[in-house]
Write a protein that binds this ligand. Sequence first.
Ligand code: MN
Ligand code: MN
Length: 305
Amino acid sequence: MNEDVFDKYMKAGRIAATARDTGADHIKTGVSFSEIVNEIESIIKDNEAGIAFPTNISINHIAAHFTPQTKDTHVFHKGDIVKVDVGAHVDGYIADTAVTIEVETNEFDSLRQASADALDEAIQLMKPGVNLSQIGKKVEETIKGHGFKPIENLTGHSLNRYNLHSGMSVPSIASTSFQRRPRKDDAIAVEPFATTGSGRVISGSGSHIYLLKNKMNFRRLRDRRSRLVIKKLQHHFHSLPFASRWCEGIIPNADRSLLMLEQKGMVHHFPQLVEQNKGMVSQKEHTMIVTEDGCQVTTYGKHEQ
Ligand code: MN
Ligand code: MN
């Protein structure tokens, strides 16, 4: 990896970590989801980075994929288990990172510790040529050692420029279907999820997070209005996920336009991912670059390493 690219990954990581920790620190009873995501996304923009995906705020048995809409009314409640998942990019080089906090109680410290310890173990093992299934095995053992279950159908993922999921998956279980081996210079986000539930997520209702489908199809699009809207979305969001609340002022009648594109199969509207037995869920995530003999984490906060 040339130095310039490495520096961009590190810069994105520093900014994402600051935004994540500042936002998480301000979560308390009665504070709105909107206030926190706006703060996090403002920090990213103020540092001249791009937002790699809408800030996810996922509560309790919702493992991932929720971002508030413009007129969202959600507020945090005492005892909520909150996953804050943040993405920043510098020139397309992405940092993806998440923490879990518990709002003003400490009932689920060990659940949070389980995903945090599992992530630490994964970071210790990450290096060129390591079998990702071995990392999954260690993550599974660590989470089970705390008395919880890993979520088996959520994985970490390799990253590429303007590409949040570039093909390689990092499991949280010992599964033979994950035999890929990372190479030096690969950028990878590792994100163990631990739960008091069954260890699987299922799709819930809409997340308000969208992604344009493969742009190759759009050139042949007859409908001029859809083509214009898509052109604008591509211009603003590249090939990265975006929030409906970001579309106001960019496309006319944002919510209706998005629904139309969704129905025509041109955009994907992510569902919320919900633990199937309504178990509590914790997540911790860091982005790392594979080095000669280990990895360099890009998203450590002030109090880590
Ligand atoms: Mn993430
Ligand atoms: Mn991720």
